[in-house]
Design a protein around this ligand. Structure first.
Ligand SMILES: C[S@@+](CC[C@H](N)C(=O)[O-])C[C@H]1O[C@@H](n2cnc3c(N)ncnc32)[C@H](O)[C@@H]1O
Ligand code: SF4
Length: 381
């Protein structure tokens, strides 16, 4: 089993206010932000996670996500990244992303993040329509979103991303396309375009707003996709679009079944032990209070993925990436024989969900559309 590339995910669990559709591990900060204490806990956490690896692989990407990492001061992010660099081996060309909310952005803060080593910023715009932003419970307005994007564009960053959502309450095709056009006009190298989902345990789930009908959702999807392609973006995952060469390397590594250390509240990690032929999954304690209170051992769960589960886990991630994969890649990352996939591949091919060319496997357009059906065929194996 080969040791795949290694990333690092760092979770910052606070937001100014909790959005009614969001099920991420985020907590309204209530005006209190134990920045220094949390950074110290993160670095302690990292020390332990790094020891789980054999130290031979440099970290090639870092993603500081949330929550709202841009609530943290430039000084806190500098201390965090200095501490990371002191504890692990970081690739010289590492991609370092930080998620920012337009409502929490200040010019000085963005510049300080770059000074600290951040070279990619991901901005949660969601929509440029003030009525929609209000319905989504966002604390920013359309002007804030534009200002944040222009700030990012003017900084010496390798790239930046805008997050947009569609299928919003009462949204029609024209309104969804207007949002996309406004985003495209800001020329982000990367654009994440998510369809709003109603997640259990959120206020939107308990009292759903009126969302567009399925037909309208399909029309939005088709017209938006065409607009993005015409503007020079390539779709490389269900919701991810990028200009050529501007894919998010950190997320690519997840979908290519790569490894990552996960530190911070509720963070997930995946670590391959090539020699033992095993994959370890880690999950950290979820609440900020419990995480900060733990002096050591912040893992809530440590699970070794069984050999039987590895093939499906590989496909679950890899098929989200709209790129062909080889059966050699499958064998190298799971240490399982590719013949295990034979029955599922034959069924999927017969249903025109994917094509096979020797050892290469590729989803068809139909397969991309009905990804869950494709996966079900392998679950039966
Ligand atoms: C980890 S979230 C947080 C980013 C940042 N805190 C923000 O909200 O601006 C990343 C992205 O997931 C998307 N997202 C969150 N909840 C969603 C939902 N229920 N349906 C679709 N997209 C969602 C949003 O576009 C959001 O920007
Ligand atoms: S700001 Fe982002 S992470 Fe925080 S509650 Fe809203 S969507 Fe979730």
């Amino acid at each position: 089993m080969i040791q795949p590339p290694l990333g690092l995910y760092i979770h910052i669990p606070w937001c100014v206010r909790k959005c009614p559709y969001c099920d991420f591990n985020s907590h309204a900060n209530g005006g209190v932000l134990p920045e220094a204490e949390y950074v110290a806990a993160l670095l302690d956490d990292l020390q332990g996670e790094w020891q789980r690896t054999d130290g031979s692989r440099p970290i090639s990407t870092i993603f500081i996500g949330g929550g709202t990492p841009s609530l943290f001061s430039g000084h806190a992010i500098q201390t965090l990244l200095d501490g990371v660099r002191a504890r692990i081996t970081l690739a010289t060309d590492a991609e370092i992303t930080l998620e920012a909310n337009p409502g929490t952005v200040e010019a000085e803060r963005f510049a300080a993040y770059v000074e600290a080593g951040v070279n990619r910023i991901s901005i949660g715009v969601q929509s440029f329509n003030n009525r929609q932003l209000q319905a989504l419970g966002r604390i920013h307005n359309c002007g804030d979103a534009e200002r944040a994007a222009r700030l990012a564009a003017d900084l010496p960053l390798a790239s930046f991303n805008l997050d947009l959502m569609h299928g919003l309450p009462g949204q029609g095709v024209d309104e969804a396309l207007a949002d996309l056009r406004q985003a495209i006009a800001l020329n982000p190298p990367h654009l994440s375009w998510y369809q709003l989902t109603l997640e259990p345990n959120t206020p939107f789930y308990a009292a759903p707003p009126v969302l567009p009908e399925d037909d309208t959702l399909a029309d939005i999807q088709e017209a938006g996709h065409a607009l993005l392609l015409a503007a020079g973006y390539e779709q490389y995952e269900v919701s991810a679009y990028a200009k050529p060469g501007q894919q998010c390397r950190h997320n690519l590594n997840y979908w290519q079944f790569g490894d990552y250390l996960g530190i911070g509240c509720g963070a997930h990690g995946k670590i391959t032990d090539g020699a033992a032929g095993t994959v370890l999954r880690t999950v950290k304690v979820k609440t900020p209070k419990a995480y900060l209170a733990a002096s050591r051992g912040r893992s809530e769960q440590l699970t070794t993925v069984t050999a039987e589960d590895l093939p499906f886990e590989f496909l679950l991630n890899r098929l989200r990436l709209f790129q062909p994969f080889s059966l050699d890649e499958f064998e190298a990352l799971t240490s399982q024989p590719a013949t295990l996939l034979d029955a599922g591949l034959a069924d999927a091919e017969a249903q025109q969900l994917l094509t096979r060319d020797g050892r290469m496997v590729n989803l068809t357009q139909r397969g991309r559309r009905y990804l869950n059906s494709v996966l079900t065929l392998f679950l039966q194996d």
